[in-house]
Design a binder for this molecule. Structure first.
Ligand code: APR
Length: 232
């Protein structure tokens, strides 16, 4: 069985990574949409770096939760027949053991040099204009996809969706396109669809089946439905 899983901020919530739209959706008085845009970066790069530097630093204090681990277990069983597409810029899927992960909104732990176009692993602060490890220019930005930019890997994602038997959406509000439209794409191809989310997402009506509760409970239970109880 070929499965495409889409994850959003809700899968990392129980690890202590804040979601975007659950509480007041503000970061120090700014709407996320006001710091996560190319225009915001041009207008106030110091503020934008501060925002991402804080999120990058916070990653050191969090660990994957049972939902991430259950998806890694599923990959062990399915291999190439499982693709995890994540909107998250954290590295918790990889730390749980998943290897077939597409970060459609980029990665916090990567820098993109606007001078040489190189991409580099990055775990420290980016504010203060550090030099690009490739060309030395002080022109690094976070390698994340901002509002108004085109998400990464769309061709591979849509191709995998069209060939899947099951599409599962985990921990995402369904507010941000194109990810919010994947369920409709899947349904159009006759792919079975399942939502696992704390509460009904904005697109919940498009799913053939929806289960509501915390990802740390729902995802391991769903994987057990498929594979049987975990050995440990
Ligand atoms: N388990 C499951 N779902 C949860 C949990 C949990 N423990 N906690 C919260 N959720 C759900 C919320 O109910 C909500 O529907 O996760 C969803 C999180 O929604 P958002 O905060 O909107 O996050 P996401 O859907 O990933 O946002 C999409 O928006 O700001 C951009 O680029 C950013 O990738 C992000 C995109």
């Amino acid at each position: 069985m070929r499965i495409v899983v889409l994850t959003g901020a809700g899968i990392s919530a129980e690890s202590g990574v804040p979601t975007f739209r659950d509480a007041d959706g503000l970061w120090e008085g700014h709407r996320v949409e006001d710091v996560a845009t190319p225009e915001a970066y041009v207008a106030d790069p110091v503020l934008v770096h501060e925002f991402y530097d804080a999120r990058r630093a916070a990653l050191a204090g969090v660990v994957p939760n049972p939902a991430h681990r259950a998806l890694a277990r599923l990959e062990e069983a399915l291999g190439d027949d499982l693709l995890v597409v994540t909107q998250n810029i954290d590295d918790l899927h990889e730390r749980a053991g998943s290897t077939r992960v597409l970060h459609m909104h980029g990665e916090l732990l990567k820098a993109w040099c606007l001078a040489c176009e190189g991409r580099h692993p990055w775990d420290g602060p980016m504010g203060g204009d550090p030099a690009c490890p490739g060309c030395g220019a002080p022109a690094l930005r976070p390698d994340v996809v901002w509002f108004g930019e085109i998400p990464y890997e769309m061709d591979r994602i849509l191709d995998s969706l069209g060939r899947a038997d099951l599409f599962v959406s985990i921990g995402t509000s369904g507010a941000v396109y194109p990810a919010a439209g994947f369920v409709q794409q899947a349904a159009r191809h006759g792919v079975r669809t399942l939502e696992l989310n704390l509460q009904p997402s904005e697109g919940t009506a498009w799913f053939r089946e929806a289960r509501h509760g915390p990802a740390g409970v729902l995802v391991p239970a769903w994987v057990e439905d498929l594979l049987g109880p975990a050995a440990d």
